[in-house]
Design a protein around this ligand. Structure first.
Ligand code: FAD
Length: 410
Protein backbone atom coordinates (compact mmCIF):
# COMPACT_ATOMS: atom_id res chain seq x y z
CA UNK A 1 0.00 0.00 0.00
CA UNK A 2 2.73 2.48 -0.87
CA UNK A 3 0.88 4.64 -3.36
CA UNK A 4 -2.36 4.89 -1.45
CA UNK A 5 -5.71 6.14 -2.70
CA UNK A 6 -5.98 8.78 -5.38
CA UNK A 7 -9.37 10.50 -5.71
CA UNK A 8 -10.22 12.30 -8.95
CA UNK A 9 -12.72 15.10 -8.41
CA UNK A 10 -12.95 17.28 -5.30
CA UNK A 11 -16.71 17.82 -5.11
CA UNK A 12 -19.24 16.38 -2.64
CA UNK A 13 -18.29 12.77 -3.37
CA UNK A 14 -14.52 13.17 -3.57
CA UNK A 15 -14.23 15.11 -0.32
CA UNK A 16 -16.51 12.67 1.50
CA UNK A 17 -14.47 9.72 0.21
CA UNK A 18 -11.26 11.29 1.54
CA UNK A 19 -12.86 12.06 4.92
CA UNK A 20 -14.40 8.58 5.19
CA UNK A 21 -11.11 6.86 4.40
CA UNK A 22 -9.61 8.54 7.46
CA UNK A 23 -12.72 7.82 9.57
CA UNK A 24 -12.41 4.16 8.58
CA UNK A 25 -8.80 4.14 9.79
CA UNK A 26 -7.09 4.09 6.42
CA UNK A 27 -3.54 5.29 7.12
CA UNK A 28 -1.94 5.26 3.65
CA UNK A 29 -1.57 8.33 1.45
CA UNK A 30 -4.83 9.99 0.33
CA UNK A 31 -4.46 12.37 -2.62
CA UNK A 32 -7.49 14.45 -3.65
CA UNK A 33 -7.24 15.96 -7.14
CA UNK A 34 -9.67 18.65 -8.25
CA UNK A 35 -9.57 20.61 -11.48
CA UNK A 36 -11.19 23.66 -9.87
CA UNK A 37 -9.00 26.13 -7.98
CA UNK A 38 -11.44 26.67 -5.09
CA UNK A 39 -11.49 24.98 -1.73
CA UNK A 40 -14.21 22.32 -2.32
CA UNK A 41 -17.62 23.88 -1.70
CA UNK A 42 -21.34 23.11 -1.37
CA UNK A 43 -23.09 23.19 -4.76
CA UNK A 44 -26.79 23.46 -3.73
CA UNK A 45 -26.59 27.10 -2.49
CA UNK A 46 -25.31 28.24 -5.90
CA UNK A 47 -28.76 28.21 -7.52
CA UNK A 48 -30.65 29.20 -4.35
CA UNK A 49 -28.85 32.03 -2.58
CA UNK A 50 -25.41 32.67 -4.10
CA UNK A 51 -26.60 34.15 -7.40
CA UNK A 52 -28.77 36.80 -5.76
CA UNK A 53 -26.28 38.00 -3.17
CA UNK A 54 -23.35 40.03 -4.51
CA UNK A 55 -21.42 39.45 -1.29
CA UNK A 56 -21.99 35.69 -1.06
CA UNK A 57 -18.93 33.47 -0.91
CA UNK A 58 -18.82 29.75 -1.67
CA UNK A 59 -19.46 27.65 1.43
CA UNK A 60 -16.55 25.25 1.93
CA UNK A 61 -17.43 21.59 2.44
CA UNK A 62 -14.57 21.43 4.96
CA UNK A 63 -12.23 24.12 6.24
CA UNK A 64 -8.66 24.21 4.95
CA UNK A 65 -7.39 22.85 8.26
CA UNK A 66 -9.43 19.68 7.75
CA UNK A 67 -7.25 18.54 4.84
CA UNK A 68 -3.94 19.18 6.59
CA UNK A 69 -5.27 17.87 9.91
CA UNK A 70 -6.28 14.56 8.32
CA UNK A 71 -3.20 14.27 6.11
CA UNK A 72 -5.31 14.56 2.98
CA UNK A 73 -3.13 15.83 0.17
CA UNK A 74 -5.62 18.13 -1.57
CA UNK A 75 -4.30 19.42 -4.88
CA UNK A 76 -6.53 22.05 -6.50
CA UNK A 77 -6.09 22.96 -10.18
CA UNK A 78 -5.21 19.34 -11.02
CA UNK A 79 -6.92 18.10 -14.16
CA UNK A 80 -6.58 14.36 -14.70
CA UNK A 81 -6.33 13.55 -18.38
CA UNK A 82 -5.67 9.83 -18.62
CA UNK A 83 -5.72 6.64 -16.59
CA UNK A 84 -3.38 3.75 -17.30
CA UNK A 85 -5.09 0.78 -15.67
CA UNK A 86 -2.25 -1.62 -16.50
CA UNK A 87 0.30 0.59 -14.73
CA UNK A 88 -2.10 1.72 -11.93
CA UNK A 89 -1.23 5.31 -12.69
CA UNK A 90 -2.77 8.47 -14.11
CA UNK A 91 -1.52 11.52 -15.97
CA UNK A 92 -2.30 15.11 -15.17
CA UNK A 93 -2.52 18.06 -17.54
CA UNK A 94 1.04 19.34 -17.59
CA UNK A 95 2.45 15.83 -17.84
CA UNK A 96 2.88 14.72 -14.21
CA UNK A 97 2.12 11.08 -13.47
CA UNK A 98 0.79 9.66 -10.26
CA UNK A 99 0.61 6.02 -9.18
CA UNK A 100 -2.20 4.60 -7.06
CA UNK A 101 -3.17 1.43 -5.26
CA UNK A 102 -6.85 2.37 -5.41
CA UNK A 103 -8.43 5.03 -7.57
CA UNK A 104 -11.78 6.66 -6.79
CA UNK A 105 -13.46 8.45 -9.69
CA UNK A 106 -15.64 11.25 -8.30
CA UNK A 107 -15.74 13.39 -11.43
CA UNK A 108 -19.42 14.37 -11.15
CA UNK A 109 -21.41 15.58 -14.12
CA UNK A 110 -21.62 18.61 -16.36
CA UNK A 111 -24.50 20.54 -17.93
CA UNK A 112 -26.00 19.00 -21.05
CA UNK A 113 -25.16 21.11 -24.09
CA UNK A 114 -27.97 22.48 -26.24
CA UNK A 115 -26.90 22.71 -29.87
CA UNK A 116 -28.68 25.93 -30.83
CA UNK A 117 -27.71 28.82 -33.07
CA UNK A 118 -26.47 31.54 -30.72
CA UNK A 119 -25.37 29.39 -27.75
CA UNK A 120 -21.85 30.80 -28.01
CA UNK A 121 -23.00 34.38 -27.43
CA UNK A 122 -21.94 36.12 -24.21
CA UNK A 123 -24.77 35.93 -21.70
CA UNK A 124 -25.72 32.34 -22.62
CA UNK A 125 -24.81 30.42 -19.48
CA UNK A 126 -25.33 27.23 -17.53
CA UNK A 127 -24.73 26.45 -13.86
CA UNK A 128 -22.53 23.79 -12.37
CA UNK A 129 -19.62 25.44 -10.61
CA UNK A 130 -19.06 28.51 -8.49
CA UNK A 131 -17.33 30.06 -11.51
CA UNK A 132 -20.59 29.63 -13.47
CA UNK A 133 -22.58 31.09 -10.55
CA UNK A 134 -20.32 34.16 -10.45
CA UNK A 135 -20.94 34.69 -14.17
CA UNK A 136 -24.72 34.44 -13.70
CA UNK A 137 -24.56 36.86 -10.78
CA UNK A 138 -22.46 39.36 -12.73
CA UNK A 139 -24.66 39.18 -15.83
CA UNK A 140 -27.91 39.41 -13.88
CA UNK A 141 -26.76 42.67 -12.30
CA UNK A 142 -26.89 44.22 -15.77
CA UNK A 143 -30.04 42.68 -17.22
CA UNK A 144 -33.77 42.92 -16.64
CA UNK A 145 -35.00 40.02 -18.77
CA UNK A 146 -33.83 36.46 -18.37
CA UNK A 147 -34.84 33.33 -20.27
CA UNK A 148 -34.32 29.98 -18.57
CA UNK A 149 -34.37 27.02 -20.95
CA UNK A 150 -35.52 23.91 -19.09
CA UNK A 151 -38.06 23.51 -16.28
CA UNK A 152 -36.08 21.09 -14.10
CA UNK A 153 -34.95 21.64 -10.51
CA UNK A 154 -31.94 23.81 -11.22
CA UNK A 155 -33.68 25.90 -13.90
CA UNK A 156 -36.64 26.56 -11.60
CA UNK A 157 -34.47 27.35 -8.59
CA UNK A 158 -32.57 29.89 -10.68
CA UNK A 159 -35.81 31.30 -12.11
CA UNK A 160 -37.35 31.76 -8.64
CA UNK A 161 -34.17 33.27 -7.21
CA UNK A 162 -33.72 35.77 -10.04
CA UNK A 163 -37.42 36.69 -10.06
CA UNK A 164 -37.25 37.37 -6.31
CA UNK A 165 -34.33 39.66 -7.11
CA UNK A 166 -36.53 41.70 -9.47
CA UNK A 167 -35.68 40.15 -12.86
CA UNK A 168 -38.39 39.37 -15.42
CA UNK A 169 -37.92 35.65 -15.94
CA UNK A 170 -39.43 33.37 -18.58
CA UNK A 171 -39.00 29.61 -18.27
CA UNK A 172 -39.25 27.68 -21.53
CA UNK A 173 -39.98 23.96 -21.17
CA UNK A 174 -40.35 21.51 -24.05
CA UNK A 175 -42.65 19.09 -22.18
CA UNK A 176 -46.26 19.74 -21.16
CA UNK A 177 -45.30 20.03 -17.47
CA UNK A 178 -42.49 21.18 -15.24
CA UNK A 179 -40.08 18.83 -13.44
CA UNK A 180 -41.15 16.27 -16.02
CA UNK A 181 -39.14 13.26 -15.05
CA UNK A 182 -38.85 13.95 -11.36
CA UNK A 183 -42.10 14.46 -9.45
CA UNK A 184 -45.82 13.65 -9.43
CA UNK A 185 -47.94 15.76 -11.82
CA UNK A 186 -49.77 17.30 -8.84
CA UNK A 187 -46.52 18.70 -7.50
CA UNK A 188 -45.37 19.88 -10.93
CA UNK A 189 -48.64 21.75 -11.39
CA UNK A 190 -48.45 23.24 -7.89
CA UNK A 191 -44.93 24.51 -8.59
CA UNK A 192 -46.08 26.00 -11.90
CA UNK A 193 -48.97 27.87 -10.30
CA UNK A 194 -46.90 29.30 -7.48
CA UNK A 195 -44.07 30.34 -9.72
CA UNK A 196 -46.49 32.08 -12.05
CA UNK A 197 -48.14 33.79 -9.08
CA UNK A 198 -44.69 35.07 -8.08
CA UNK A 199 -44.21 36.63 -11.51
CA UNK A 200 -42.28 33.96 -13.41
CA UNK A 201 -43.66 33.41 -16.91
CA UNK A 202 -43.76 29.76 -17.90
CA UNK A 203 -44.09 28.49 -21.45
CA UNK A 204 -44.79 24.76 -21.66
CA UNK A 205 -44.63 22.67 -24.85
CA UNK A 206 -42.27 25.32 -26.19
CA UNK A 207 -38.67 25.18 -27.31
CA UNK A 208 -36.11 27.83 -28.19
CA UNK A 209 -35.08 27.77 -31.83
CA UNK A 210 -32.24 30.24 -31.69
CA UNK A 211 -30.66 32.90 -29.55
CA UNK A 212 -30.13 36.27 -31.15
CA UNK A 213 -27.39 38.71 -30.31
CA UNK A 214 -25.76 42.02 -31.01
CA UNK A 215 -22.06 42.72 -30.76
CA UNK A 216 -21.45 39.17 -29.59
CA UNK A 217 -23.91 39.41 -26.67
CA UNK A 218 -27.30 37.71 -26.34
CA UNK A 219 -30.28 39.99 -26.78
CA UNK A 220 -33.26 37.65 -27.30
CA UNK A 221 -34.43 34.06 -27.60
CA UNK A 222 -36.81 33.00 -30.37
CA UNK A 223 -39.42 30.39 -29.38
CA UNK A 224 -40.91 27.58 -31.48
CA UNK A 225 -44.16 29.57 -31.40
CA UNK A 226 -42.40 32.47 -33.10
CA UNK A 227 -42.25 34.71 -30.05
CA UNK A 228 -39.14 36.81 -29.57
CA UNK A 229 -38.27 36.92 -25.85
CA UNK A 230 -35.91 39.77 -24.98
CA UNK A 231 -33.06 38.46 -22.81
CA UNK A 232 -29.55 39.62 -22.13
CA UNK A 233 -29.08 36.42 -20.18
CA UNK A 234 -30.21 32.97 -21.32
CA UNK A 235 -29.61 30.14 -18.87
CA UNK A 236 -29.59 26.61 -20.20
CA UNK A 237 -30.73 24.08 -17.58
CA UNK A 238 -31.65 20.93 -19.46
CA UNK A 239 -30.00 18.41 -17.19
CA UNK A 240 -26.52 17.02 -16.82
CA UNK A 241 -24.41 14.27 -18.33
CA UNK A 242 -21.95 12.24 -16.26
CA UNK A 243 -18.25 12.95 -16.67
CA UNK A 244 -17.20 9.54 -17.95
CA UNK A 245 -14.55 10.31 -20.58
CA UNK A 246 -11.62 9.35 -18.33
CA UNK A 247 -13.27 6.07 -17.41
CA UNK A 248 -14.36 5.33 -20.97
CA UNK A 249 -10.94 5.86 -22.52
CA UNK A 250 -9.37 3.75 -19.75
CA UNK A 251 -11.63 0.87 -20.81
CA UNK A 252 -13.98 0.83 -17.79
CA UNK A 253 -17.54 -0.22 -18.48
CA UNK A 254 -19.72 2.85 -19.00
CA UNK A 255 -23.51 2.76 -19.37
CA UNK A 256 -25.21 6.04 -18.49
CA UNK A 257 -22.38 6.53 -15.99
CA UNK A 258 -19.45 4.49 -14.81
CA UNK A 259 -20.88 1.08 -14.08
CA UNK A 260 -20.32 0.01 -10.45
CA UNK A 261 -21.36 -2.96 -8.37
CA UNK A 262 -23.04 -2.76 -4.97
CA UNK A 263 -19.71 -1.97 -3.30
CA UNK A 264 -18.87 0.87 -5.74
CA UNK A 265 -16.24 -1.09 -7.65
CA UNK A 266 -16.05 -0.43 -11.37
CA UNK A 267 -15.29 -3.13 -13.93
CA UNK A 268 -11.61 -2.73 -12.87
CA UNK A 269 -11.41 -3.98 -9.29
CA UNK A 270 -9.12 -1.32 -7.79
CA UNK A 271 -11.02 1.56 -9.41
CA UNK A 272 -14.23 2.74 -7.72
CA UNK A 273 -16.72 5.36 -8.85
CA UNK A 274 -19.06 7.44 -6.68
CA UNK A 275 -21.55 10.27 -6.98
CA UNK A 276 -23.15 11.79 -10.06
CA UNK A 277 -20.95 9.77 -12.42
CA UNK A 278 -21.78 6.28 -11.10
CA UNK A 279 -24.56 4.04 -12.40
CA UNK A 280 -25.67 0.93 -10.56
CA UNK A 281 -28.46 -1.58 -10.09
CA UNK A 282 -30.78 -0.11 -7.49
CA UNK A 283 -31.63 -2.31 -4.53
CA UNK A 284 -35.18 -0.97 -4.32
CA UNK A 285 -36.34 -1.01 -7.95
CA UNK A 286 -34.01 -3.58 -9.49
CA UNK A 287 -33.47 -1.08 -12.31
CA UNK A 288 -30.29 0.71 -13.32
CA UNK A 289 -29.99 4.23 -11.95
CA UNK A 290 -27.61 7.13 -11.75
CA UNK A 291 -28.65 9.57 -9.05
CA UNK A 292 -27.67 13.22 -8.86
CA UNK A 293 -27.93 14.23 -5.22
CA UNK A 294 -25.82 15.18 -2.24
CA UNK A 295 -27.18 12.17 -0.34
CA UNK A 296 -26.13 9.75 -3.05
CA UNK A 297 -22.65 11.31 -3.36
CA UNK A 298 -22.20 11.16 0.41
CA UNK A 299 -23.46 7.63 1.03
CA UNK A 300 -21.70 6.07 -1.96
CA UNK A 301 -18.42 7.67 -0.91
CA UNK A 302 -18.73 6.36 2.64
CA UNK A 303 -19.27 2.88 1.23
CA UNK A 304 -16.35 3.21 -1.22
CA UNK A 305 -14.05 4.00 1.72
CA UNK A 306 -15.34 0.95 3.59
CA UNK A 307 -14.80 -1.21 0.50
CA UNK A 308 -11.18 -0.06 0.29
CA UNK A 309 -10.45 -0.82 3.94
CA UNK A 310 -12.05 -4.23 3.52
CA UNK A 311 -15.44 -4.03 5.18
CA UNK A 312 -17.69 -2.82 2.40
CA UNK A 313 -21.14 -4.23 1.80
CA UNK A 314 -23.98 -3.66 -0.57
CA UNK A 315 -25.18 -0.13 -1.27
CA UNK A 316 -28.64 0.11 0.25
CA UNK A 317 -29.06 3.76 1.22
CA UNK A 318 -32.54 5.24 0.96
CA UNK A 319 -32.30 7.93 -1.75
CA UNK A 320 -33.41 11.45 -0.87
CA UNK A 321 -33.16 14.88 -2.42
CA UNK A 322 -34.32 18.41 -1.78
CA UNK A 323 -34.86 21.54 -3.81
CA UNK A 324 -35.84 25.06 -2.75
CA UNK A 325 -37.97 26.79 -5.37
CA UNK A 326 -39.21 30.17 -4.16
CA UNK A 327 -41.35 29.54 -1.07
CA UNK A 328 -41.49 25.79 -1.66
CA UNK A 329 -39.13 23.34 0.01
CA UNK A 330 -39.48 20.19 -2.06
CA UNK A 331 -38.19 17.01 -0.47
CA UNK A 332 -38.20 13.62 -2.12
CA UNK A 333 -37.41 10.28 -0.51
CA UNK A 334 -37.43 6.89 -2.24
CA UNK A 335 -37.92 6.30 -5.94
CA UNK A 336 -41.23 6.74 -7.73
CA UNK A 337 -40.41 4.32 -10.57
CA UNK A 338 -43.29 1.83 -10.90
CA UNK A 339 -45.55 3.74 -8.50
CA UNK A 340 -49.15 2.57 -9.16
CA UNK A 341 -51.04 4.33 -6.35
CA UNK A 342 -50.65 7.79 -4.86
CA UNK A 343 -52.15 9.29 -1.72
CA UNK A 344 -52.31 12.98 -0.98
CA UNK A 345 -51.72 14.15 2.58
CA UNK A 346 -52.18 17.82 3.45
CA UNK A 347 -53.53 20.66 1.36
CA UNK A 348 -51.88 22.14 -1.75
CA UNK A 349 -53.88 25.35 -1.14
CA UNK A 350 -51.85 25.82 2.06
CA UNK A 351 -48.61 25.13 0.18
CA UNK A 352 -47.98 22.21 2.56
CA UNK A 353 -48.64 18.68 1.38
CA UNK A 354 -47.09 15.34 0.49
CA UNK A 355 -47.73 12.72 -2.16
CA UNK A 356 -47.18 9.16 -0.91
CA UNK A 357 -46.32 6.70 -3.69
CA UNK A 358 -47.07 3.01 -3.39
CA UNK A 359 -46.35 -0.03 -5.51
CA UNK A 360 -49.20 -2.30 -4.49
CA UNK A 361 -49.16 -1.96 -0.68
CA UNK A 362 -45.45 -1.14 -0.51
CA UNK A 363 -44.41 2.44 0.17
CA UNK A 364 -42.07 3.45 -2.66
CA UNK A 365 -41.53 7.19 -2.20
CA UNK A 366 -42.82 10.38 -0.59
CA UNK A 367 -42.66 13.76 -2.26
CA UNK A 368 -43.29 16.70 0.06
CA UNK A 369 -43.83 20.42 -0.26
CA UNK A 370 -43.09 22.26 2.99
CA UNK A 371 -43.80 19.11 5.05
CA UNK A 372 -40.36 18.22 6.46
CA UNK A 373 -41.87 15.88 9.07
CA UNK A 374 -43.36 13.66 6.35
CA UNK A 375 -39.98 13.58 4.65
CA UNK A 376 -38.08 12.60 7.78
CA UNK A 377 -40.67 9.95 8.63
CA UNK A 378 -40.41 8.72 5.03
CA UNK A 379 -36.69 8.21 5.45
CA UNK A 380 -37.36 6.15 8.56
CA UNK A 381 -40.19 4.12 7.03
CA UNK A 382 -38.31 3.32 3.83
CA UNK A 383 -35.17 2.51 5.81
CA UNK A 384 -37.14 0.03 7.90
CA UNK A 385 -39.11 -1.31 4.94
CA UNK A 386 -42.32 -0.21 6.68
CA UNK A 387 -45.39 0.69 4.62
CA UNK A 388 -48.16 2.70 6.26
CA UNK A 389 -51.84 1.93 5.75
CA UNK A 390 -54.16 4.41 4.06
CA UNK A 391 -55.56 5.34 7.50
CA UNK A 392 -52.11 6.05 8.87
CA UNK A 393 -51.27 8.28 5.90
CA UNK A 394 -54.59 10.09 6.31
CA UNK A 395 -53.80 10.57 10.02
CA UNK A 396 -50.75 12.70 9.17
CA UNK A 397 -47.37 12.84 10.90
CA UNK A 398 -48.78 11.98 14.33
CA UNK A 399 -50.37 8.74 13.07
CA UNK A 400 -47.19 7.81 11.21
CA UNK A 401 -45.05 8.46 14.30
CA UNK A 402 -47.40 6.31 16.37
CA UNK A 403 -47.18 3.51 13.78
CA UNK A 404 -43.37 3.63 13.87
CA UNK A 405 -43.36 3.66 17.67
CA UNK A 406 -45.63 0.59 17.69
CA UNK A 407 -43.27 -1.12 15.25
CA UNK A 408 -40.26 -0.33 17.46
CA UNK A 409 -42.09 -1.66 20.51
CA UNK A 410 -42.44 -4.95 18.65
P1 FAD B 1 -19.44 17.32 -8.16
O1 FAD B 1 -19.86 17.92 -6.87
O2 FAD B 1 -19.83 17.97 -9.42
O3 FAD B 1 -17.85 17.21 -8.13
C1 FAD B 1 -17.10 16.69 -9.20
C2 FAD B 1 -15.80 17.46 -9.24
O4 FAD B 1 -14.89 16.75 -10.08
C3 FAD B 1 -15.95 18.84 -9.87
O5 FAD B 1 -15.27 19.79 -9.09
C4 FAD B 1 -15.29 18.68 -11.23
O6 FAD B 1 -14.77 19.89 -11.71
C5 FAD B 1 -14.19 17.67 -10.89
N1 FAD B 1 -13.62 16.96 -12.04
C6 FAD B 1 -14.31 16.44 -13.09
N2 FAD B 1 -13.44 15.86 -13.96
C7 FAD B 1 -12.20 16.01 -13.43
C8 FAD B 1 -10.90 15.62 -13.86
N3 FAD B 1 -10.71 14.95 -15.00
N4 FAD B 1 -9.82 15.93 -13.09
C9 FAD B 1 -10.01 16.62 -11.91
N5 FAD B 1 -11.21 17.01 -11.46
C10 FAD B 1 -12.30 16.70 -12.20
N6 FAD B 1 -28.42 18.02 -4.85
C11 FAD B 1 -29.28 17.91 -3.82
O7 FAD B 1 -29.39 16.82 -3.24
N7 FAD B 1 -30.06 18.97 -3.44
C12 FAD B 1 -29.96 20.19 -4.03
O8 FAD B 1 -30.67 21.11 -3.67
C13 FAD B 1 -29.04 20.35 -5.10
N8 FAD B 1 -28.88 21.55 -5.70
C14 FAD B 1 -27.92 21.70 -6.66
C15 FAD B 1 -27.71 22.95 -7.22
C16 FAD B 1 -26.73 23.13 -8.19
C17 FAD B 1 -26.51 24.48 -8.77
C18 FAD B 1 -25.96 22.02 -8.62
C19 FAD B 1 -24.91 22.20 -9.69
C20 FAD B 1 -26.18 20.76 -8.08
C21 FAD B 1 -27.15 20.59 -7.09
N9 FAD B 1 -27.38 19.35 -6.51
C22 FAD B 1 -28.27 19.22 -5.49
C23 FAD B 1 -26.68 18.16 -6.99
C24 FAD B 1 -25.45 17.87 -6.15
O9 FAD B 1 -24.71 19.04 -5.95
C25 FAD B 1 -24.63 16.81 -6.89
O10 FAD B 1 -25.39 15.63 -6.95
C26 FAD B 1 -23.31 16.57 -6.17
O11 FAD B 1 -22.50 17.73 -6.26
C27 FAD B 1 -22.59 15.39 -6.80
O12 FAD B 1 -21.33 15.29 -6.22
P2 FAD B 1 -20.11 14.75 -7.08
O13 FAD B 1 -18.91 14.84 -6.20
O14 FAD B 1 -20.47 13.49 -7.74
O15 FAD B 1 -19.94 15.82 -8.26
Amino acid sequence: MKNGVVIVGAGHAGVQAAASLREEGYDGPVILLGDERELPYHKPPLSKTFIKDAAAQPQPLRGEAFYTGHTIDFRPGSLVERIDTAANSLSLAGGDRLAYDHLILATGSCPRVLPLPGVDLAGVLSLRSVADARLIRDHSAACEDVVVIGGGFIGLEIAATLAAGGRRVTVVEALDRLLGRAVAPLIAEHVRQRLEASGVRILLKTTIERIEGEGGHATAALTSAGERLPAKMVIIGIGVVPNVELAGTAGLTVANGIRVDGSMRSSVANILAVGDNASYRHWQTGGDVRLESVQNATDQSKLAARTIVGHGGDYGAVPWFWSDIGDMKLQMVGLTAGSDRQMLSGDPAENRFSVFHFIGDRLAAIESVNRPADHMLGRKMLGLGFSPTAEQVAGGAEALKAALAALAAG
